[in-house]
Design a protein around this ligand. Structure first.
Ligand code: 13P
Length: 254
């Protein structure tokens, strides 16, 4: 089944507003003719609105890097789904391993965020992935399955049709140690099989992105795998030339 690949750039804690505008201006000019890949950028909250205004009418979508699960109230420092939707976002990354590691994100709170994103009309990009320790102990399947099952718990079939999964092995993030296409495919295939037990058509349509040291020189081979439907790019999304090359390398792989 043909799935439309997606390449999303997670900028993490990087880019002032002028830097963000300079980067997306390069992206939109270079990628204007791309029609077969969904291109998404996830700037920090402070740059969302400015980037949104710069991207109106282009083929590049906007994502938040995180949202809180309550919509409004006495939660100092938090930003909600309706707020990022208001700032122009169509997507929200949820459950990134850096949030699990540094900000007490759990499977339960990720699930609340996935539901909050859907309720706000956003498409959640749910991140799952094992640590090096998990992998060395042969716990990859168990850990990823738990994060997946818990992250999408309670979602209707309609919700799942608006959800994207990103497999990001923690040991590959920011390390330069990309998973081999075979290693990644094994987990992507397992994720899709699990989704199949819920509904075959939904599972076949679900985009499963790979993240962790994706670069221009490895993006094509990763995306040649049958269950890899694009990438969630960190470091290489901060450089226009690299991100553009990753999008181009993804074209025609599905
Ligand atoms: P790197 O591409 O820098 O390894 O980061 C991946 C990531 O965490 C994307 O969300």
């Amino acid at each position: 089944m043909a799935r439309r690949p997606m390449v999303a750039g997670n900028w993490k804690l990087n880019k002032t507003i002028p830097e963000a505008l300079a980067l997306v201006t390069e992206l939109k000019n270079a990628l204007a003719s791309v029609r077969d890949v969904d291109i998404v950028v996830a700037p920090p909250f402070t740059a969302l609105w400015a980037v949104h205004e710069r991207l109106v009418g282009t083929n590049i979508g906007l994502s938040a890097q995180e949202i809180f699960f309550e919509d409004a109230g006495a939660f100092t420092g938090k930003v909600s789904g309706p707020m990022v939707k208001d700032a122009g976002c169509a997507y929200a990354i949820v459950g990134h391993s850096e949030r699990r590691q540094h900000f007490h994100e759990t499977i339960e709170t990720s699930n609340k965020r996935v539901r909050a994103a859907l309720k706000a009309g956003l498409m959640p990009i749910l991140c799952v992935g094992e640590t090096l320790d998990d992998r060395q102990k042969n716990n990859t399947t168990k850990v990823v399955a738990e994060q997946l099952d818990g992250g999408i718990a309670g979602l209707s079939l309609d919700d799942l049709k608006r959800t994207i999964i990103a497999y990001e092995p923690v040991w590959a993030i920011g390390t330069g140690h990309v998973a081999t296409p075979k290693q990644a495919q094994e987990v992507h295939g397992m994720i899709r099989d699990r989704l199949r037990s819920r509904d075959t058509a939904m599972a076949d349509a679900m985009r499963i992105l790979y993240g962790g040291s994706v670069k221009p020189d490895n993006a094509h081979d990763l995306n040649e795998e049958p269950d890899i439907d694009g990438s969630l790019v960190g470091g290489a999304s901060l450089k226009a030339a690299d991100f553009i090359a990753i999008v181009r390398a993804t074209r025609g792989t599905h």
